[in-house]
Design a binder for this molecule. Sequence first.
Ligand code: GCB
Length: 680
Amino acid sequence: MQDIVVEIDAEISKLQQVKALLTGTSATGKRKPGRPANVSLAGKARTRRTLSAEALERILSLRISKFLPVVLKSAVLLGSSLLVLPFCAQEPLQILLVGVDRRTVTSLDGDWHYLVDAPPAGALYTGSGQINDHGYALNTHPNLMGRHNQEYDFATAPTIRVPGDWNTQVPQLFNFEGVLWYQRDFDAHPQPGTRTFLHIGAANYRSHVWVNQKRVCDHEGGYTPFDCEVTAVLHPGSNFVVIAVDSTRLQDGIPSLSIDWFNYGGLTRDVSLVTVPQSFIDDYDVHLAHGASFDPGNTELTGYVHVLDAPVGTVVTVDIPEAGAKTTVKTDAEGNAPFSVKASKLVLWSPDSPKLYKVHLAAGEDSLTDDIGFRDIRVDGTRILLNGKAIFLEGANMHAEAPVRGGRAYSQEDADRIFGYLKEMHANFVRLAHYPHDERMERTADRDGIMVWSEIPNWQRISFDKPEVYAKDIVMLGEMIRRDRNKASVILWSISNETPNNPTRTKFLSDMVAEARKLDGTRLITSAIIAPPANGTEMVQNDPLCDALDVIGQNEYVGWYDMTPEQADSIHWTFPQKPVLMSEFGAEAKFGNHGPVGQRWTEEQQVYVLEHQFVMLRNIPQLRGTIPWILMDFRSPGRNIPKLQDGYNRKGLISEKGEKKQAFALFQNAYAEHSLGKAE
Ligand code: GCB
């Protein structure tokens, strides 16, 4: 018990120090002179700038005051080994590079050696529950002669492709949920005055990364990118990286234990080495100035360029030649260079004209060029306005599954196929459910003029009562917003899907909404809300979470899980006076399975359910978009009707092989005729 108390004291003191650092207060809570409330710190222990001081204040005070008794109690019950785990669950203080796909990088995609850490092996943890830095991480080799030493060897282990989930690459790993160790060698030529980061597009779910035997970072969250600085551990010539990826679902993970999709594990997106100058552009935001109302004559572009570790007064140039906009500004003490510049020629981005501009950013020795579109999105009463014009979103949901090939989507070919389907169906919108997808999806949406809903994986029941879960959640929110805030296509940030209506959840998510608005005041915030129970023909949406949102996402399965298809015709919905998107509705059908409309899992019945949905949708005056569940069938292990489901959720308009069901044409026609709803 003595040890436990000492450990807790140490953790409290660590947290208080971090809090003091970030809020500009001393460890006793007094504000230090000269430190603003919103801070920007650089280096290993520096904030990614997307986390406001208030958010941290909340997390840390909750962690210290409320969480501690729980930890103490558990510690007494469980012993000290588990004690430290909650505290090291998520580090909010990491660097995240924006625009990595616009830099020249050294790709580490390709074949990596792998070893399976199948239970009860447990090579990732020491006996006391700590991450083991002295086992597989060292990448040593077994002695064939002499003294016995190690019993693993990456050098002779099989290989697996990165990016890519392990489940669809190795038949024996199809159902594997646990730890897989990845290893590869790479050459480096570190130059003085440069820094190098290992950039990981996404790894599901927790990752621990070592380069040349030194742990360089840990990350939690399966769908957002992270960067590990490796400058200090690289040497000229051959180096190696070891990554342990743990796909184990966690009660207090995001998402939690139960999900209706396949928990693909592994290094599922690109991995690269990014070399930058000593001080470099780590983050930027270039957008059309977002005034109180839309002004068609507004050509002001505004935002910031953040230069990590920049000396005060570092000159930053923002140059958009085609728009006739160029400005030079200087960094402040935080490395931040806010700017505002008029563009002499500006065409706004829209689905009809997805105009992207080459935006050149330069700061000191660093520079990069991004392709960015400019547009205005806002709500006015129950209308959604794009560039001042009311719009109706004709869309579909999509999971990050690769059409035809199967498994996690990660390539341009995957994105092209998915957006090809959307365009063929005359869609102008996609909801990327239920987590951030590969960045190529947003890039392709920018290119093709398809508007996007991007979501963090607060799916149904996560541990809303746990401050440490809130802490993880705002890190994920920050990672999502930071990566994609320069994508014109993204018009909606979604904070959750079908969460239980109770005060704890409402407070948690309303705080998240406030945080999202602080991070990005130019976009709309939404959430997909559970359908209310029908009272006869009345469905009244009175979830208090709606108060916090700009746009209400409404999920409902009338005609499939609830009621009969025909009952949809007479349903009358009541919503708060906000724009509503029908964010999920649909029915399952196996491609090629035909029969009467009363027969489940037939293409005919899927169409029948949807036709009755259409009747209902047309009766909702404030409906501003339709997003059927789902564009393509997707793997979900709980869907276990042999021959009909075979491990797939079959609500797709297209099969996982790209075969179009009858329902696809139904939407294609409805969207071509714009017949499901009105923009105003
Ligand atoms: C829902 C969920 C979605 C499921 C879908 C279904 O309400 O939001 O993740 O996959 O229903 O098919 O049941």
